[in-house]
Design a protein around this ligand. Structure first.
Ligand SMILES: Nc1nc2c(ncn2[C@@H]2O[C@H](COP(=O)(O)OP(=O)(O)O)[C@@H](O)[C@H]2O)c(=O)[nH]1
Ligand SMILES: [Mg+2]
Length: 321
């Protein structure tokens, strides 16, 4: 999702690189004087272009936060701090504009002069002013560099109808997401836990148009009692609210997962409180082992019992969302 953002350099690195590149520039002219003059001007121009285009590429590559899906806005705010990010992008853009302005106001002096010494002195002045502008935003560049590193690890989650799978460990969440997904689910780092997030897709063709639905498993997040959560994890769970159009809660009535039914019921109650505006489908897995007489839907990831029916129900529920 944010993989295209380039690595952000520090002020010193930016300036060094710009200077290094200019040194490779030579303009040839039979006239020695013109050769020198043209070379100094070309180098100064290249210096400015190198810097401003790089600064511009940073500002353009970062997403416009307010236009991102709410899920991303929230995790960016938690992991990076949205206001700080906006401020830093603004500062870097200011440096780009100011650098450009310094050059625009000085470039005519360079072309008009006939003295090489004066020309070189002017060039030095421009380099000096621009260097101090870029150094002024060094802290912001560092902030962006760090933000880029964090954003790069964010999972790619689309803004399409999404079902999230929840339930205690070993109830069969991974098995279910594998059964339901059209292709192998993608694995990515979830920004808050050491755990990973699994993103699969359900496809359905309606009137020759392929509809895509997302299916997400967040091991480590929706599989432990909320009372054991730290503040960040609670926020991370809250961010999922923006993502989930539907939650499939998996019970394991066989209790081979290692958790008793009362504990599992308690987690469901908890989740319903947090996701109070999200629809739940409650499913009992491992029906091949234990089949209760509850009214809940029964499935088995081992025998595939109830899987096709569950897929249909998920899709038709998401369609009406
Ligand atoms: N008998 C039986 N075992 C299952 C079923 N679904 C999953 N399992 C087993 O339960 C264990 C945990 O499954 P997994 O999908 O990893 O659970 P997760 O931790 O919730 O993702 C694995 O050994 C699975 O093979 C089922 O329907 N029937
Ligand atoms: Mg799992």
């Amino acid at each position: 999702m944010f993989q295209k953002i380039p690595k952000v350099m520090t002020a010193d690195q930016l300036l060094d690189q710009a200077i290094r590149r200019t040194k490779k520039i030579y303009i040839h002219d039979r006239n020695k004087y013109y050769q020198q003059k043209k070379t100094v001007i070309a180098r100064t121009e290249a210096f400015i272009t190198d810097l401003t285009s790089r600064l511009e590429s940073y500002v353009k590559a970062f997403p416009t936060i307010d236009r991102l899906p709410l899920f991303y806005q929230e995790i960016i705010d938690i992991k990076i701090d949205s206001n700080h990010l906006k401020k830093s992008l603004g500062a870097v853009d200011w440096a780009r504009k100011t650098t450009q302005m310094v050059y625009s106001t000085q470039s005519s002096t360079l072309t008009k002069t006939s003295k090489i010494d004066f020309l070189k002195q002017k060039q030095k002045e421009i380099y000096g002013r621009v260097a101090s502008i870029v150094k002024q935003v060094d802290a912001h560049l560092l902030f962006l560099a760090n933000a880029q590193k964090i954003l790069r690890t964010f999972p790619t989650i689309e803004d399409i109808p999404t079902v999230v799978i929840a339930g205690y460990p070993n109830v069969g969440k991974s098995s279910l997401i594998r059964m339901l997904s059209a292709a192998k689910p993608e694995v990515a780092q979830y920004p808050f836990t050491t755990q990973q997030i699994y993103v699969g897709h359900l496809d359905k063709t309606v009137h020759y148009q392929k509809q895509r639905y997302q299916i997400i498993d967040t091991p480590g997040l929706l599989d432990r009692p909320l009372s054991e959560r730290n503040a960040i994890e609670k926020q991370a769970i809250a961010a999922l609210r923006h993502l989930a159009d539907l939650i499939v809660f998996l019970f394991d009535p066989s209790e081979t997962c290692g958790y008793r039914l009362v504990e599992q019921t308690q987690m469901l109650t908890n989740l319903k409180e947090i996701f109070n505006d999200v629809l739940f489908i409650i499913v009992e897995n491992k029906a091949d082992v234990t089949r209760t007489d509850s009214r809940h839907r029964k499935i088995s990831c081992t025998t595939k019992e109830g899987i096709d029916d569950l897929r249909e129900t998920i899709i038709s529920t998401l369609e009406t969302q």
